[in-house]
Design a binder for this molecule. Structure first.
Ligand code: NDP
Length: 433
C-alpha cells in the first residue's frame, strides 16, 4: 500500500488473489524464493499520457490516458481499454492484474494488460468520440503491435471506438495490422462471436456450475446487472437456453419485467438509440423502472453481475441469499466485494469469479487473433463451439484445482491458483526479468 498509495481497487484485487495462495506457496517454496509475488505486483511498464482533443463547440479538452502492461511471460500484453470518468491508475491496475490470471486460465498464449481514459463517451457526438480516439491512439500506437500489446474493448469502448482507434493506428503506421486490436468490425478483420463472447461465456460458466449439483439453467429466474455489451449478450444466451431474465439495470436504476426481457426492444434502445433502461420500461407494459434499492433485491435463482466493480455489497449478497439464489457468475470484473463473496460462499451458493466466468471475451479475442494471423474467417457456429469448449475447460480447471488443494467447490481458490501457477512457472523459466 505504501508503494501504490490510494490505489484502492488494485489493493483489493491483489489481496483477493493472495488470500488464495497460502496452500500453493507452502507446496512450492520456489515461488517465494524467486520473489514471484513481488514481481507480479509490479507492472512491467506503465504508460500515462495526455489526450488533448477539440469538442464540437471548438473548446480544447484534456483527458488522461493509461496503458498498464502487466505481464508478458505468456504472450503479448492483452486486455481491454475502458473509457469512463471513474478511470484512474488504481482501476487500470486492478483490471490489468486480474487480466494476467484470467488470460492464463484461458490456456491461450496471452500476457495481461489494461488501459483506458477518464474520457466519458456518454452524451458525446460521433465526431467528438472520433477525435478523442484519434488523439488517444496518436500517443498509444508506439507501444502496440500484434506481438507486443493488443488492446480490446471494455466499458465505454465498443465497436465504434475500436473502429476509430484502428483507423488511426493504420494511418499512423501505414500497416494493415489486423492483429493489433480485437473487437473489430466483421468487414475489417473482426471475428464472429467476439461481441457476444463475454456474456455468452458467463452463462455457459453458470450452466456448468449448476450442473455440478445436478441443476439446469432451463426454466430458472435470472437477474442481470447492467445493460451494456456483456449484460445484453448474457441476457440473450440465458433466454436462448430457456431461462427467464426478469431484471436488468444501468447506473440510473433497474427494470423488472416479469414476462422476461424483450431482447429486440432492449437492443433497439441500447445499441441503436444509445438510450436508457427507463426507456424500455416506458415502452413495455409488463415492465417497471425503479430507483429504490437495487436489482439484487429482485428474487431470482441465478444472478449475473455484468455492470461494474463492487456492485454486490454485503447487503445485496444477503438479499440474494434470502431470496434463494443458487448461483452467481460474474460477467463484470470484481463486481462482488470480498465481504459479499464470503456471505455467498458461507451460504453454500455457487460463486464463479470474473477471472474465470468472464474469460470468454478475451478467449474469443485470441480466436480473432488466430483468424487475423491466418487471414481466415470462421463461421458463427464453429467459433461459438470453440468458446463453449474453452469455458468448459476453464470451469473444469477451477474445479480440479480446488479439489487438489482440498477446497472442493471453491471456484475463487481454484481460479486464482490455476491462473497463478502457470504464470509463476513461466516467470521462473524465463529468469529474473
Ligand atoms: P458497457 O459500457 O457496454 O456497459 C456497462 C454497463 O454497466 C452499462 O449498462 C452501464 O450503465 C452499467 N453500469 C456502469 N456503472 C454502473 C453502476 N455504478 N451501477 C449500475 N450500472 C452501471 O461495458 P461492458 O458491458 O463491456 O463491461 C461491463 C463489465 O464487464 C465491466 O466490468 C468490464 O470490465 C467487464 N468485462 C467486459 C468484457 C468485454 O468483452 N466487454 C470482457 C470481460 C469483462 P450506464 O450506461 O448507466 O453507465
Amino acid at each position: 500500500q505504501r508503494r501504490n498509495p490510494g490505489e484502492t481497487e488494485f489493493h483489493q484485487a491483489v489481496r483477493e488473489v493472495f488470500d488464495s495462495l497460502g496452500p500453493v506457496l507452502r507446496k512450492h517454496p520456489q515461488y517465494v524464493d524467486a520473489a514471484v509475488l513481488e514481481r507480479m505486483c509490479e507492472p512491467e511498464r506503465q504508460i500515462i499520457f495526455r489526450v488533448p482533443w477539440v469538442d464540437d463547440a471548438g473548446q480544447v479538452r484534456i483527458n488522461r490516458g493509461f496503458r498498464v502492461e502487466f505481464s508478458s511471460v505468456l504472450g503479448p500484453y492483452k486486455g481491454g481499454l475502458r473509457f469512463h470518468p471513474s478511470v484512474y491508475l488504481g482501476i487500470v491496475k486492478f483490471l490489468g492484474f486480474e487480466q494476467v490470471f484470467k488470460n492464463s486460465l484461458t490456456g491461450m498464449p496471452l500476457g495481461g494488460g489494461k488501459g483506458g481514459s477518464d474520457f466519458d463517451p456518454r452524451g458525446r457526438t460521433d465526431g467528438e468520440v472520433m477525435r478523442f480516439c484519434q488523439s488517444f491512439m496518436t500517443e498509444l500506437h508506439r507501444h502496440l503491435g500484434e506481438h507486443t500489446d493488443v488492446p480490446a474493448g471494455d466499458t465505454g469502448v465498443g465497436g465504434r471506438e475500436i473502429g476509430y482507434l484502428f483507423g488511426q493506428y493504420k494511418r499512423i503506421t501505414n500497416r494493415y495490422e489486423s492483429g493489433v486490436l480485437t473487437g473489430k468490425g466483421l468487414t475489417w478483420g473482426g471475428s464472429l462471436v467476439r461481441t457476444e463472447a463475454t456474456g455468452y461465456g458467463t452463462v455457459f460458466f453458470a450452466q456448468h456450475m449448476l450442473a455440478t449439483r445436478g441443476l439446469e439453467l432451463d426454466g430458472r429466474r435470472v437477474i442481470v446487472s447492467g445493460s451494456g455489451n456483456v449484460a445484453v449478450h448474457a441476457i440473450a444466451k440465458a433466454q436462448q437456453l430457456g431461462a427467464r431474465v426478469v431484471a436488468f439495470s444501468d447506473s440510473s436504476g433497474y427494470v423488472v419485467d416479469e414476462r422476461g426481457v424483450d431482447l429486440e426492444l432492449l437492443r433497439q434502445i441500447k445499441e441503436l438509440e444509445r438510450g436508457r433502461v427507463s426507456d424500455y420500461a416506458e415502452r413495455r407494459a409488463s415492465a417497471r423502472f425503479s430507483t429504490e434499492g437495487s436489482v439484487w433485491q429482485v428474487p431470482a435463482e441465478v444472478a449475473l453481475p455484468c455492470a461494474t466493480q463492487n456492485e454486490i455489497t454485503v447487503e445485496a449478497a444477503r438479499s440474494l441469499v434470502s431470496n434463494g439464489v443458487l448461483a452467481v457468475a460474474e460477467g463484470a470484473n470484481m463486481p462482488t466485494t470480498p465481504q459479499a463473496v464470503a456471505v455467498l460462499q458461507g451460504a453454500g451458493i455457487l460463486f464463479g469469479p470474473g477471472k474465470a466466468a468472464n474469460a470468454g471475451g478475451v478467449a474469443t479475442s485470441a480466436l480473432e487473433m488466430q483468424q487475423n494471423a491466418t487471414r481466415d474467417s470462421w463461421t458463427f457456429e464453429y467459433t461459438e463451439e470453440r468458446l463453449a469448449v474453452t469455458m468448459a475447460d476453464i470451469h473444469d480447471r477451477c474445479v480440479t484445482t480446488a479439489e487438489e488443494y482440498e477446497a472442493p467447490g471453491n471456484y475463487v481458490l481454484g481460479a486464482n491458483i490455476a491462473g497463478f501457477t502457470k504464470v509463476a512457472d513461466a516467470m521462473i523459466a524465463l529468469g529474473v526479468v
